[in-house]
Design a protein around this ligand. Structure first.
Ligand code: GLC
Length: 444
C-alpha cells in the first residue's frame, strides 16, 4: 500500500485541533438540530424557525478571533444541516440565507473571516435533506414525516435528489475558493454511497478541489469506519475516520499497520446546535486532557460550538475556549505537529512525540519522582518543563534504586520529596532524546 494514501491530510494531522460550528434555524427553537426529526415537526411548522433565524449579530471575525484564541487551527461550519436550510448562495433552492429575511451569504462571510486569521476552512454538508421533496419521507429512518400516514404514498425520486445534491456540492466547490475540508454527514441503512452517487460525487470534488480532505461518512456513519481502514479503500472512503462523541480506545490502522488519520468530533455541552437549556458543559481541563489523548493516539479533536439564532457564541463556550487556548499557548508544541510516542501508556497520563522530542503529559501527581516508563533511560539527552523551560533532573537517589532501568524525573531539588505539579491540569515534560532513531516500541 502506498505511503501516499494519506498525504493530502498532512496539514490536518499537524494541526490537531479545530472548531466545529453548528448553526442554522434550529437555533430558534433552541433544542438542538435534530428537533424536526425528534419531535416530528412538519415542514410548515418549522417555518417560524426559518423566519426567526436572523443572524443579526453575526460577525464571523469575532468567531475567528475566538477560534484563534482557543488555539484552533481549522474550522468547519454547517453550510447545510439535515433541515436543508442553506447558509450559502445556491441557485438550486430558495431555502437558505440569501432569502428568508436574511439576504446574506453566511458561508462566504465565514470563509473570508477565518481565512483572514490564517485558520483553515471546512464546510459540513448534510447528505440528508428533510426539506427536499424528493428525499425519502415515509418509512425513512430519521425523516420528520417518517410515520405520518399522510406521506404513506410519497415516492422519493432519488435520481432527482442526487442531481440536487451533486449540484449543491458543485456550487460549494466552485464558488468559494480553496476549501480545506468537506465534511459530509452521513450514511445509514438504505441511504449510502449508492444513493448519494458517491463515486461520481467524489470524482467531481477531486476535480474541482484537488487538495480538499473529506471525512468517511459518504460511506458510513459516525459509528463505522468504512473501507478507509482496509486494504481495499473505495474512491469515496474519505481521508479520515470521524468518531463522534467518543474518544476511540485506540488509534486506527490499516492491516499493514499504517496509521489512519482520524478526528473525534465532540460537543462542548451535549448538543451540536444551540440548546438553551443544556448546561452540561465540559470543563476546559477535560477538553485539554482529551485533546492530548487524541494526539497520543494519532488523532484530532474537532470541538463544537452552537451559536444562537442571532449569531452569538455562548459565553460559557467562549470562556472555556479561551482557557483551553491559554494552556495551548504555553504547551502547544506537545500538540501541534505531535503524534503517538511509541512508548506505551504511562499510568499517570500520556506521551506525545514530535521527532526526537517526547512529551510526558503528567495528569496525576506522583509521590516522590515520576517514572518515565517505556522511555529508554540511556536515550535521554535532556529533560525540561515545556511551560517555562526549566531543566528537570533524573532522580538517582535510593528511592529508585530498585528500578535501575527506568528513568525517574524529579520536580524539585530533593529526589525523594513530593512536589505539587506545576500545572495541575497537565504538566508537560519535554524529554529530548539523543536521536530520533530511538526504536518506537508501540503505537500509543
Ligand atoms: C451527526 C448528527 C448531527 C451532527 C453530527 C456531527 O451524525 O446527525 O446532527 O451534525 O453528526 O458529527
Amino acid at each position: 500500500m502506498s505511503e501516499d494514501r494519506f498525504a493530502r491530510s498532512a496539514w490536518f494531522r499537524h494541526d490537531r485541533f479545530g472548531m466545529f460550528i453548528h448553526w442554522g434555524p434550529y437555533a430558534v427553537p433552541a433544542r438542538g438540530e435534530w428537533l424536526r426529526s425528534h419531535e416530528r415537526v412538519p415542514l410548515a411548522d418549522y417555518q417560524y424557525a426559518v423566519d426567526g433565524f436572523g443572524a443579526e449579530d453575526f460577525d464571523p471575525h469575532t468567531w475567528a478571533e475566538l477560534a484563534a484564541a482557543a488555539g484552533q487551527k481549522y474550522a468547519v461550519l454547517t453550510a447545510k444541516h439535515h433541515d436543508g436550510f442553506c447558509l450559502f448562495d445556491t441557485a438550486l433552492t430558495d431555502y437558505g440565507s440569501m432569502h428568508n429575511g436574511i439576504g446574506r451569504d453566511l458561508v462566504a462571510e465565514f470563509l473570508e473571516a477565518f481565512r483572514a486569521r490564517g485558520i483553515k476552512v471546512g464546510l459540513y454538508f448534510s447528505l440528508l435533506d428533510w426539506r427536499h421533496p424528493d428525499y425519502p419521507h415515509h418509512g425513512d429512518w430519521a425523516h420528520p414525516e417518517r410515520d405520518n400516514p399522510a406521506f404513506a404514498s410519497h415516492e422519493p425520486d432519488l435520481e432527482s435528489y442526487r442531481a440536487f445534491l451533486h449540484g449543491q456540492v458543485r456550487e460549494l466547490c466552485t464558488n468559494y475558493g480553496k476549501l480545506d475540508i468537506l465534511w459530509f454527514d452521513f450514511s445509514y441503512e438504505g441511504m449510502g454511497p449508492e444513493q448519494w452517487g458517491a463515486a461520481d460525487l467524489v470524482a467531481m470534488v477531486r476535480e474541482l478541489q484537488p487538495d480538499v480532505i473529506m471525512d468517511n461518512r459518504l460511506e458510513t456513519s459516525g459509528e463505522g469506519m468504512g473501507s478507509i481502514v482496509t486494504d481495499e479503500p473505495t474512491s469515496y472512503c474519505g481521508d479520515f475516520v470521524s468518531p463522534e462523541q467518543v474518544i476511540p480506545v485506540e488509534g486506527f490502522h490499516t492491516p499493514d499497520g499504517t496509521p489512519v488519520p482520524w478526528e473525534a468530533c465532540v460537543t462542548l455541552n451535549n448538543n451540536w446546535g444551540y440548546a438553551a437549556a443544556d448546561d452540561l458543559w465540559k470543563s476546559p481541563e477535560q477538553v485539554i486532557t482529551k485533546l492530548v489523548e487524541c494526539v497520543a493516539k494519532g488523532g484530532n479533536l474537532l470541538l463544537n460550538v452552537g451559536p444562537d439564532a442571532r449569531g452569538t457564541i455562548q459565553p460559557e463556550a467562549a470562556e472555556r475556549l479561551r482557557r483551553i487556548g491559554h494552556w495551548l499557548e504555553a504547551n502547544g508544541e506537545s500538540v501541534y505537529g505531535a503524534g503517538p510516542a511509541g512508548f506505551g501508556s504511562p499510568e499517570w497520563g500520556y506521551y506525545t512525540r514530535s521527532g526526537s522530542t517526547v512529551y510526558a503529559h503528567v495528569l496525576r501527581a506522583p509521590i516522590g519522582p515520576l517514572p518515565l516508563t517505556g522511555v529508554p533511560k540511556d536515550a535521554i539527552e535532556r529533560i525540561s518543563l515545556v511551560a517555562d523551560g526549566q531543566e528537570l533532573k533524573l532522580c538517582e537517589e535510593w528511592v529508585v534504586a530498585s528500578y535501575p532501568d527506568i528513568p525517574f524525573v524529579q520536580f524539585g531539588e530533593v529526589g525523594h520529596f513530593t512536589y505539587p505539579l506545576p500545572d495541575p491540569v497537565d504538566t508537560v515534560v519535554r524529554i529530548e532524546l539523543k536521536d530520533d532513531s530511538t526504536p518506537v516500541g508501540g503505537t500509543s
